[in-house]
Design a protein around this ligand. Structure first.
Ligand SMILES: O=c1ccn([C@@H]2O[C@H](COP(=O)(O)O)[C@@H](O)[C@H]2O)c(=O)[nH]1
Length: 288
């Protein structure tokens, strides 16, 4: 264990989230984000079920893949469910020290009234020192605004998510808006336009729906797209890149379980590296 728990170390760079993303994408020649979704029942046999090993497991994955990724994405639920927020704090410190060039997106999917959003923003950016966070836009712009007060930090709004039920609301038509767009199209337009006051917004779009990625890209030509759904959810890596990547429109393609649990043995970190290498290569092969 490299560091004790407590306040997350300050950033050693003044780079914005977008600067860091561009730098890591180029430096590591990668569109791949490794998702950190630690589930102790899937840990290597020697530590299986041991929630106090969450930090050790994730730190080993970070060390094995830091030169292969454009971002890391810890999902906060996997830590909170095990009362392991202290281990997430230590992991954030570990990434800051050992992979300082890789931006970290805290997947929290927060959404609440402004005064509460201020607390969530403080949690993401001050407690954990994240470079970007995921948010639900369902409660409107005033629920997003507190995050934008942290200049240079990124905020990814759920737009067309990777799950089958995403259609239940996201594909509903907004009769009150001119042209009657679908809800997810409206989110994309708002994020590319009036809500993006300081250029901090991005969108979450599922790799499981490449046609919708293309549609979102048409409506939001320059926003960074965070695209989960390759790997365990079966999304097509090549179709994802073709639909989403533009010269001035970056993509971050997340894979969690397919990397983390590539092996259940003592070779888990080496297997994770191999899986990350293969996914990075598949994504790069589809780049124009
Ligand atoms: O639309 C969405 C938004 C977020 N996620 C998150 O991404 C990872 C995916 O994990 P895999 O193991 O690669 O399937 C996970 O943390 C989700 O909460 C998503 O899948 N879809």
């Amino acid at each position: 264990m490299a560091h004790g728990s407590g306040t997350v170390l300050p950033k050693i760079t003044d780079m914005t989230f977008l600067d860091m993303l561009r730098d890591a994408t180029t430096r590591n020649d990668s569109l791949l984000c490794v998702g950190l979704d630690p589930e102790p029942t899937r840990f290597p046999e020697s530590v299986r079920g041991e929630a106090h090993k969450i930090y050790d497991f994730c730190a080993a994955i970070v060390d094995a893949t830091a030169d292969l990724v454009c971002a890391f994405k810890p999902q906060i639920a996997y830590f909170a469910a095990h009362r392991a927020e202290d281990q997430l704090e230590r992991l954030m410190q570990h990434m800051r020290c050992n992979a300082p060039h890789v931006p970290v997106i805290l997947d929290a999917k927060r959404g609440d009234i402004g005064s509460t959003a201020e607390q969530y923003a403080k949690e993401a950016f001050e407690r954990y020192g994240a470079d970007a966070v995921t948010l639900s836009p369902f409660m409107g712009f005033d629920s997003i605004e507190p995050y934008l007060a942290y200049h240079g930090k990124g905020a990814f709004l759920l737009c067309r998510t990777s799950n089958p039920g995403g259609d239940d609301l996201q594909a509903q038509r907004l009769a009150s808006v001119e042209g009657q767009p679908l809800l997810y199209e409206h989110v994309a337009r708002q994020a590319q336009g009036p809500w993006n006051k300081n250029g901090q917004l991005g969108l979450v779009v599922g790799a499981t729906y490449p046609q919708e990625i293309e549609r979102v890209r048409a409506l939001a030509p320059t926003l960074p797209l965070l695209i989960p759904g390759v790997g365990a959810q079966g999304g097509d890596a090549a179709a994802t890149v073709r639909a989403g990547l533009r010269a001035d429109g970056p993509i971050i393609v997340n894979s969690s379980r397919a990397v983390l649990y590539a092996s259940g043995g003592a070779d888990f970190a080496a297997a994770a590296r191999n899986a990350a290498q293969a996914t990075r290569a598949a994504l790069n092969a589809a780049r124009a």
